[in-house]
Design a protein around this ligand. Structure first.
Ligand code: HEC
Length: 155
């Protein structure tokens, strides 16, 4: 009798889990921790993208993302980030379709990452060896396009 009840409890538990409305990926709060060090973040947040988000400019960023900056090899053609790449040292490439992440970051913080990389992860610095500052701003427009119009932090 008790066993049968336990069985139903388990069934109920799994049903509950599968009906739970919040997807488990959304619970990864670790990625929301700023990557820019404390003493530099105010400055980084004051930088603004000099280029407007027009379809032409986003296209320029896409070209760089898929081309010479090879961002696509880690962040994937859909921006969701590939998982099992050798040498990742524990941190997965950012999923750019994560709207909570998009909302948490300013453009300036993303620019800082392209200048300095994310220390201790496979995210390297790209400016100035691979990207000029202008090209980096275009790529950031493309990265933002994965957020599908989500409003992000301005400062
Ligand atoms: C070798 C794999 C690799 C390549 C190539 C790569 N990234 Fe990354 N990227 C990562 C990883 C891993 C992270 C996660 C770092 C972390 O968690 O701090 C990341 C994180 C990021 C972030 C988020 C940082 C934050 O503040 O959360 C941005 C933006 C980014 N990458 C942009 C780019 C762009 C643009 C390119 C191409 C110019 C690129 N990445 C190329 C691996 C890569």
């Amino acid at each position: 009798m008790i066993r049968r009840k336990l069985g139903w409890l388990l069934v109920g538990f799994f049903l509950f889990q599968s009906l739970w409305p919040f997807p488990s990926e959304a619970a990864d709060l670790e990625v929301l921790e700023p990557r820019v060090p404390h003493d530099q973040i105010a400055k980084a947040r004051s930088w603004e993208n000099p280029f407007p988000s027009t379809p032409e400019n986003i296209e320029k960023g896409k070209h760089i993302f898929h081309g010479k900056a090879f961002c696509v090899t880690c962040h994937g053609p859909d921006g969701k980030g590939l998982g099992d790449i050798p040498g990742l040292r524990g941190k997965l490439p950012r999923n750019f379709t994560d709207k909570t992440w998009q909302a948490a970051r300013t453009d300036g913080e993303l620019f800082w990452i392209l200048q300095n990389g994310s220390p201790g992860t496979a995210m390297a610095s790209f400016i100035p060896l691979v990207l000029t500052e202008e090209e980096a701003w275009y790529v950031i427009l493309y990265v933002r396009s994965f957020g599908n119009g989500v409003k992000f932090r301005k400062e």
